[in-house]
Design a binder for this molecule. Structure first.
Ligand SMILES: NCc1[nH]cc(CCC(=O)O)c1CC(=O)O
Length: 337
């Protein structure tokens, strides 16, 4: 474990999104920092991001991951906050100049969870049953294994999504197990999807603390170092490297999941088309101390299976559906609003 910072500041402000999960995560970081630095007064400021406000379109269409972190970065740049707590899955692969991840916390359950009031698992769903998810990764994995099911978009924070399930809009929904566990809702999980069937997204289940460069002499990197969990940090570095190689967006179905034991990493990754028809998957094992190299190796194996061709067909499909939507609007067709 890293050493404690000897001269911590007297106050710290944590920026967080306002969803219940985000607030739980910020509160968790505050509690852990308070144990380490009891003399430091730590506040949480909640803020709404574009990702929270735009709920009528899928994220892949409105610009993706950065939408959940931008406002928090602005607060740090303006000195209104010292650190931001994120779900790592929502953090872009490349941070803007002047920002850094100071710590990655020990990972919660990284698996996807099957949530339903009427069915115990994906296998039990009847043909034509509607499954809610807006993740292209989850969509393509379900379409590949259960072509008889209907996938319908599902956005909003966890409580919103569960509300839509309970209202009867879906027979089942897929959520990250980590979020449900953190919110004290583990009983909503009817089944956990095996990573072999539903390979998790890069960073799923891990929390990260982001900081901005500063020149007031306060070493936040050192202050936060004791919260960093080395094995998780190595795993997510490899996963995020895979994502970065393929453009780092959430506009393509991409999964990357690493486990680390005794200094050895096992990294699996997958890219697919949204309909699950074309899929490339690969795995590598090696020293956890060199996570980026493992990420590059697995990406190279995916490329041997035409990952680039698979992904470019996704991107042209996305562009085509946007063009279709625009021309429908121009032609006076039914407006999406
Ligand atoms: N994309 C939204 C998001 N970002 C992080 C989590 C869950 C918690 C986590 O993965 O750490 C979720 C919800 C979900 O995917 O169901």
């Amino acid at each position: 474990m890293s050493e404690l910072l000897q001269n911590p500041p007297s106050t710290l402000v944590i920026a967080s999104r306002e969803s219940r999960l985000a607030m739980w995560q910020a509160e968790h970081v505050r509690a852990r920092l308070t144990l380490l630095y009891p003399q430091c007064d730590i506040k949480i400021v909640g803020m709404s991001t574009k990702g929270d406000q735009i709920l009528d379109r899928t994220l892949s269409k409105v610009g993706g991951k950065g939408l959940f972190v931008k406002e928090l970065e602005v607060a740090m740049a303006e000195g209104r906050a010292d650190l931001a707590v994120h779900s790592l899955k929502d953090v872009p692969m490349e941070l803007p100049e002047g920002f850094a991840l100071a710590a990655v916390l020990e990972r919660e359950d990284p698996r996807d969870a099957f949530v339903s009031n009427d069915y115990a698992s994906l296998d039990e769903l009847p043909a034509g049953a509607v499954v809610g998810t807006s993740s292209l990764r989850r969509q393509s994995l379900i379409a590949a294994r259960y072509p008889q099911l209907v996938i319908k978009p599902l956005r909003g924070n966890l409580d919103t999504r569960l509300g839509k399930l309970d209202r009867g809009d879906y027979a089942a929904i897929i959520l990250a197990a980590a979020g449900l566990k953190r919110l004290g809702l583990p009983e909503r999980i009817r089944a956990l999807l095996d990573p072999a069937d539903s390979l998790p997204a890069a960073g799923q289940g891990a929390m990260a603390i982001e900081i901005a460069e500063r020149n007031d002499g306060i070493d936040l990197m050192a202050l936060l170092a004791p919260l960093n969990h080395e094995a998780t940090a190595q795993a997510v570095t490899a996963e995020r490297k895979v994502s970065k190689v393929f453009g780092g967006s959430c506009q393509v179905p991409l999964a990357a999941y690493a486990t680390v034991a005794d200094g050895q990493m096992h990294l699996r990754a997958m890219v697919a088309t949204p309909d699950g028809v074309r899929m490339a998957s690969a795995e590598v094992r090696g020293a956890a101390a060199d996570p980026e190299a493992l990420g590059e190796q697995v990406a190279a194996l995916l490329c041997e299976q035409d990952a680039v061709g698979i992904l470019s067909s996704c991107l042209s499909e996305a562009a085509q559906s946007e063009a279709d939507a625009r021309s429908a609007t121009l032609a006076g067709g039914p407006s999406g609003a």
